[in-house]
Each structure stands twice: as C-alpha cells, then as structure tokens.
Design a protein around this ligand. Sequence first.
Ligand code: S5P
Length: 471
Amino acid sequence: METELKELAISLFEINAVKFGYFVTKVGLKTPVYIDLRVIIAYPKIFSRLSNTLWKLSDNNQKIDQLCGVPYTALPIASLISVESNIPMVIRRKEAKSYGTKKMIEGEYKKGDNCVIIEDVITSGSSILETVKDLTQEGLNVTEALVIMDREQGGKKNIENAGIKVKSLYTLTKLMNYLFEADKITLETIENVTQYIKECSAPLITLNKESSHDRLKMNYASRSKFTMNQLAANLFELMEKKETNLCLAADMTKTNDIIELAELAGPHIVILKIHVDIIDDFYKEFPCTLKELALKHEFLIMEDRKFGDIGNTVALQYSKGLYKISEWADLVTVHPVSGPGVLDGVREALKSTSKDRGIFLITEMSSKGALTTGNYIKESLSLSAQSDLVVGHVCQSNIFNDLGLIQLTPGVKLETSTDNLGQQYNTPESVVNNGADIVVVGRGITEAPDQLKAILEYKTQLWTAYKKRIA
Ligand code: S5P
C-alpha cells in the first residue's frame, strides 16, 4: 500500500491533479495548493489504480449494500468501484426532479441498506454532509466515507461529529511528504502549505438533516416514510390511526395495578412505559399479560431501563436475568453516556431474535440541574445517525429536525410545577409546541382521583396541540 501511495502521489502531481504555487479559489480565497482530481478521467490507468487503492480502505467486516459517489468528481470513481466490486451504486441528485417522483436519490435501494460514500477531496466536509442528509432521509444507513484527499482543514472532524467514519488515502501532509521524498517539491512549499492549513480551518458544520420540511409542521403519517426503524414507522401510523400521542408512564409497584391501568388506558395511548425493576410482585408471565393487552388495544410497550453501561454488560442486562427485557419490550431507553458501544450491546442481544425493537436515546433530561447539556446533547444526536435501532430522542426541546425520528418528552402535567425530587413539569400544549411528538405522562394520570378522566383530558389536550402545530 505504501509504495502504491507514493507512486500514485507522484502520478497525481505529474498530471497536475495537485498543484503548488499561488492560486485564487472560486470564492476568491488565496491558496498555495490546488487539488483538481477531475483531470484523472483523462488518464485511465491512473484513474483505475487510484479507484482500486481507495477501495482497499473499505471495511471488510461491514456489509456494504450501496455505494454513493458525491457529484461530480467522485461519480466516475464510484462507478468504477461499483463495477469492480459488484456492489450497486446510488446517485444523489443535485436538485430534486421537478416532475414525477421528487426523489433525491436514484438507484434501487431499500430502507436500512448500508451505504459507503466515495469522495475526492474534503475541505469543510459540507458536500459529504449534504449527501449523508439526503441518503439518511431516504432511509439509507451511511457507514463510512472513503476519501482520496483530506485537506486537513477540519472537514474530517465535521463529518465524524455527524457519526460517519472517514478514511482518506492522503492527508495534505502525507501527500507533501511523498512528493518531497521524490524531489518534486521543496521544504519551503511544505512550510507554506502547513502554515496555510493552520490558518485556514473550515468552519464547524453540524449535520442538519433538515429537508425543506419542518419536522414540527409535518403530520405523523407523512413522517413514517422517513424512519430508519420499523417501530418508529409503526408509531407514526398508530398515532394517526388512534388519534393520540400519549405515552402513559405506569410507574406502579404492583402488577395488578399496572394491568388494570393498561386496560383502562389502552385505547387512548400509543406507548405504555414501565419500570420493571420497581415492581414488587413481578412474575414470569406478567410480560405476556401486558403483551396481550398491547395487542388488544394496539400500543407498544417500553421498558424505561435507561441502559448506560459498556456494550457487553448492556447486552446481558437486556436479554438475561430475571426480566429478560429483550423478549417482551418493544422499546427501551438508553443513556448515550458510554458511547456507541451501548447501541452495539443492544444489537448484540438482539442477534437471536427477529422481532422489531427500538431505542429511545436519553438526550436531554427533565430534572432540575440535569447534566445533559451542550456537547453531550450534540453527541447523542449524532449517535442516532449511526444506528437504525434508534427510534428517537427523549428530550425537552426541539433539538433536531430529522423527520424520521421521534421526540419523546416527559415531565408533563396540566399545570407547570415541580415535585420535591427535582422533576420539572410543563403543560401539554407547551411541550408539543417545543417539538414533542409523543408525550409521557405519569403521576398526572396515576395519581388522579379519576384516572380515565385524566387520561382523556391529556389525550385531548395533546392531540389538539399537535393538530394546531401542524395546521
Ligand atoms: O428526562 C426524563 C426521562 C424520563 S424517561 N424524565 C423523566 O421523567 N423520565 C421518565 O418519565 C421518568 O422515569 C418517569 O417514569 C416518567 C415521568 O413520570 P411523572 O410521574 O413525573 O410524569
């Protein structure tokens, strides 16, 4: 690989794909280095060798279903790799078609397909991020980006912040070192360019999977086609069908009380959320009884377990022990605190089941003084781009615009208030206006003198607020 890279670096220099000197870019910026890989199509041997070498960076352990070249320079490179590797390719349009289907992505693919992006040069990373946005919106799962040249101006970090692995054949520094060794450039050139890289870093860009659509303005049924997870799609459709966006937190310690309340609330909720570890009289068949009610009344069951350990422990906690949560809970909550491994742990435990399962990431908590702020929130949001297990985020405000993800918001009562242990309550209308798609209500219902009346009150207020929001 090393020899290959050295020889290719020299070839790229000789065909003027890389030039050093004094240049002014399209947007009027001065630069001591100019990279234009478009010229490679005029040199089939170099073109083919470069594409083959780039493909060697791909992850052999990962199933790759699709390739996507970022238009335009990388398109022929991606095509060549697609033909050589026999992996299908998709093309991202620069603009949506104005006739027929308004598809941004051309090709034959299905939701959940793993896709590798091919790009020639990264500067700020914005072209790759735009491509990720469109691919993700079509339900594709972008696993990594293979890049010929990283200009080391911050683009790699921007892309990695969005949860996408980046592998490049060359950094500018590495390329210059090869060329220096081959006596093609001087030490002075290297110093100039290094100084330039230091001074001209690209702005920080975050992946904004916003389309021209606003999440808060789109109805649930339409959003179901943007999901990466089947349960998220089911939830969107269920909400529209049952005309409810209420999740009941049945935080009770007796199985009979939970069953009774589930029977009462079943027709009016989309999720029944429990904390199985607070139940005093748990018995093996209890989850089956809940499941029967869930089928009868059409709601999903969420175990609010808030997993937060290393992947291996989470895999065990999820599938083993007294509760065997993975066998009956459609949805679980997960703290992203331990990083992506926590999602791998959940996935590992699901290897032996074909059932649809989903995760809500605890991204922003409702309690006073919660540490879920700033960068933590940002990192948690970027995790959802990495896994089709993620159904949405548990959060308090409108912090994402991915149409296929669900904002689940707890901390809700009819009046703004607090409890004496740090919980903070907002009203149904205010949380829906703040982006809540599904709203968790616990004690507002469980402690009400007339539980059914309370269920109906919350259901009506939440649905009315949603209808107003999308109007
Ligand atoms: O930030 C959070 C996240 C969750 S999942 N704040 C929360 O209150 N929750 C859960 O929502 C909490 O564990 C409880 O089960 C429910 C809120 O219950 P309530 O009685 O305060 O409405």
